[in-house]
Design a protein around this ligand. Sequence first.
Ligand code: WT7
Length: 651
Amino acid sequence: MSNEALENLLHEDRAFPPSVEFAAQANATAALYDEAKDDRLAFWDKQAGNLTWDTPWTTTLDWSNAPFARWFDGGKLNVSVNCVDRHVSAGHGDQIAYYFEGEPGDTQTITYSDLLAQVSQAANALESLGVKEGDRVAIYLPMIPEAAVAMLACARIGAVHSVVFGGFSAEALRSRIEDAEAKLVITADGGNRKGKPMALKPAVDEAVAASPSVENVLVVRRTGQDVEWTTKDVWWHELVGSQPTTHEPKAFDAEHPLFILYTSGTTGKPKGILHTTGGYLTQAAYTHRNVFDLKPDTDVYWCTADIGWVTGHSYVVYGPLANRATSLMYEGTPDSPHNGRWWELVQKYGVTILYTAPTAIRTFMKWGDDIPNSYDLTSLRLLGSVGEPINPEAWMWYRSVIGGDRCPIVDTWWQTETGAIMISPLPGVTATKPGSAMIPIPGISMAVLDDEEREVGNGGGGYLVLTEPWPSMLRGIWGDNDRYVETYWSRFAGKYFAGDGSKLDEDGAIWLLGRVDDVMNVSGHRISTTEVESALVSHPAVAEAAVVGANDEMTGQGIVAFVILRSDAEVGDDIVMVLRNHVAQEIGPIAKPRQILVVPELPKTRSGKIMRRLLRDVAENRVMGDVTTLADPTVMNLIGQGLSSANANED
Ligand code: WT7
């Protein structure tokens, strides 16, 4: 974030307290902060007590082997029972768990009883394929109910799911299957996107052909498009559909692995973030109830995230279901078949709580007020934001045009690694400032530190750290404990370093300023610069590549790549397009650089380190910073010349 933007932020003095009416009915009151402060572990015990345990835990937190935490040790529970069975047993079987709307307009209503039957059938099916406790299952599906059913079925039998976003390439899927040694892949023929079927199965075929660990592929028929069929393939509707609708669940240890979710770090290899059972579900449910103020009997809740991201795990599946929410799930994109689709859905289903990302909000803002204004959005009573900093202008627009100046906004900061929300207003308590995530939620401790590990205090900026373990924290990186310790716990001794820069304003409210490492945030999705660089240099025409994240009005950051071509490479005029497509092929369309600049040299220090700061200056059209540490200060002139002949190549 530029200094100018930072200055603007820190002069933001508007504050929006909750209305008296909202505060009076809110789940969370100010007492929650006091309770957590008085006795943090007793506070978390109480939250865990909202779940149904087969065996109670004996130790709230075991931190003796830090940074490897054990929460609620000795306790046993089944996540799918907590999300489904217990609501049916309590007489809520007829309540709708999910309204599903496909992009083409097909719909389903799935009650908690329906969900129990489907999860039981899927659990039986997985067992019939030999999937056992602790086995890994890769899930590569569109946003359809089977995605939630597949996750819950894994949880039910103690298998560990690894959901891979459907927009990732065959190669990205393959490397994740390989790293986790997945035994089963659950996929679909395709999904519906922007008015047409988007194939998934060919990518799976390619990935599975190179993955000896995979024994079977379970295929949901969603679009009906033609698919190649291999001896490992089994149709979901044939196998799952023919199973008994009951399944006897078993309880698992609180620390039994629940899922792995890959996310980009500062190297080219994505990290398999590992989450476990009891602590994860405790915090997912606690935050969902208190931050979103969920009223299970009356709310219609919609989190627009894809199941492939952690938001989809914690706030489409686990948190809402643990709290017996009625949710909306939508398969497609906001512009299909028209730009008012989301608002049409809010009106149709009477959505009361909407949780989405700043990129989406900025896109709607660009499309104009007339679109949302032509729908009835008065059912909405709370709005949430996640994934990237939300600029005050977008926040104000969200508040007035979508929320009718009546809905509190919760800007929620968290990460794949944190598993659940960490910093956010409480909607009935906090007076919110447009653009700030405000303060840690009750039970969470953080600090902003400078380079010397000192707390910066109000008015200061520095690195965001978490100072105490929390229930839904990652338990490690799959297969790489050293990397876990190194990445998160070595920058500041004994503290979790989040990788984000932040400022505390004069009142102690937190303003997130984006990543301080080599991780970019594009539309709320994490992509590492190294990952894109490796993809670029894997193309035979590329000798060297350097990638930076540049400010982007719509997507937060945009990917800008500087490449040096091999002198012997035979390239055409379309080389930029070829390389952008190559990156999409290697990682997925979300990693396609916004801009690729072909340059003769890269700026390097005498020790050979690429000076990204200077490249960022170029990418953001700024006056170049200090070049005196460059081995050859004239290279920036060469790059400048390259720039003048380049053009933005967005599609
Ligand atoms: C990174 C984590 C949390 C689920 C979605 C992204 C950025 C996330 C906010 C926010 C400013 C935010 C941070 C963080 N981020 N939420 N409310 N304000 N920045 O999960 O892919 O693990 O990315 O997203 O930079 O470190 P993720």
